[in-house]
Write a protein that binds this ligand. Structure first.
Ligand SMILES: C[S@@+](CC[C@H](N)C(=O)[O-])C[C@H]1O[C@@H](n2cnc3c(N)ncnc32)[C@H](O)[C@@H]1O
Length: 264
């Protein structure tokens, strides 16, 4: 297990309360963002926040006062924009209501950081979905333990039934990230894609596996001038794993994070 053993039981709120889990993840993200210079960054781009404030909470702890671009194509964008503006009173927060691949001309060149928490499974499902259908696909009214809407499950069943179709869609997500990075050239990239326990409980571990395999390809992508961060695992290890298999072997394992910096 990765992380710190404290013999404390996992607080039940992490399984039942979005806000509590967002605070745990913000605590995981904060030292990583700090190490990547987020506090001093003039511009940061967050991809696919949905209506989760994990990264906004971490940036608030760092008193971020630059400009934060939120790339979120669904209606959740308006909610998260207002929420982040309240959390980050000294920052400018700008919403780009588009998918990452369509947002490049709206994003700053050479932002300090490009960040995303657990975006790849959702991006995979959204490749062929219209912006209007995203709110139903990622139904935010569901409890944390049942994040899988009928549309979400149906979409995955449809995609995964045809391996060639799945490959095409996975390639599209991989290319969307690589193209964005090659065009905007962020100074640092931090993306997590750990296995989701909610997907596992919903018997959709194959979606976890597909999303992780996109992360693996990105980690090995031929990106010139980017170097992986060597301190990642030791920073993740500072967090309590509560003897919880999912936290200890998924969330806090550096293999499930992509953390690279532009040299020079
Ligand atoms: C449900 S949220 C979950 C991820 C969130 N960061 C978290 O940690 O809980 C995923 C979001 O990804 C967004 N999304 C899907 N495809 C996208 C794309 N190509 N570019 C940007 N956002 C995308 C969806 O609109 C959705 O709101």
């Amino acid at each position: 297990m990765f992380g710190t053993a404290t013999n404390e039981a996992l607080p039940n709120k992490y399984l039942t309360d979005y806000a509590a889990w967002d605070r745990y993840m913000a605590h995981v993200w904060q030292p990583l963002l700090e190490r990547f210079g987020a506090a001093q960054a003039k511009t940061i781009v967050e991809v696919a926040p949905g209506n989760s404030s994990k990264l906004g909470l971490a940036l608030a702890e760092l008193h971020f006062c630059g400009e934060l671009f939120l790339v979120e194509p669904s209606a959740a964008g308006n909610y998260i924009l207002a929420h982040y503006q309240a959390l980050l009173p000294t920052a400018k927060v700008t919403l780009i209501s588009k998918k990452l691949g369509d947002s490049l001309s709206d994003l700053p060149s050479r932002p300090g950081l490009l960040i995303a928490n657990h975006p790849l499974d959702d991006m995979l499902l959204a490749v062929e979905a219209s912006p209007e259908s995203l709110a139903q696909l990622f139904d935010s009214s569901l409890a944390p333990t049942e994040i899988v809407s009928n549309q979400f499950r149906g979409r995955w069943t449809e995609i995964s039934a045809n391996i060639e179709h799945l490959d095409t869609i996975a390639n599209a997500v991989y290319a969307e990230w690589l193209n964005a990075i090659n065009i905007i050239k962020p100074s640092g990239i931090l993306v997590s894609q750990y296995g989701s326990s909610a997907l596992k409980n919903a018997h959709m571990d194959d979606l976890n596996a597909s999303a992780k395999s996109i992360l693996r390809r990105l980690q090995c992508a031929p990106l010139e001038d980017y170097l992986a961060d060597a301190e990642l695992q030791s920073l993740l290890n500072r967090n309590k794993h509560y003897s919880n298999h999912y936290i200890g072997t998924e969330v806090l394992d550096a293999h499930h994070w992509w953390a690279v910096r532009l040299l020079g």
